[in-house]
Design a protein around this ligand. Sequence first.
Ligand SMILES: [Zn+2]
Length: 121
Amino acid sequence: MKCDICNCEETYVKEHNHKYKIRGKDIKFIMPRRFCNNCNNLVYNSNLDNASSLKAIELYNKNYGISKEDIIKLRNKLGLSQKTFAKKIGCAKRTLISYEKGTSIPNDDCLNKIKSLMIYK
Ligand SMILES: [Zn+2]
């Protein structure tokens, strides 16, 4: 891993204050990022940076939407396959899979349908 700014190859990892803005909401948390020894600029690190993006999505879903665990729990409770459940909430099966993996955020239509299914069980 190399710094884009100064080309230095010496880097270090430290805890960093992450701030994301997702759909108008501020998401803040602390996770490690990689920095340049020489100029202290951020150095891209796919593992660390992907983990941070997933954390941001997870926190958004927990605080403002629905957690992946709750989606899976609901689908199992209803006894539905991913295909059938996806149809019920109006998205493609692969979209539902991304919700259940926590790699994306349910859109408002799907979220509302999921929440209404939770009420009626
Ligand atoms: Zn540098």
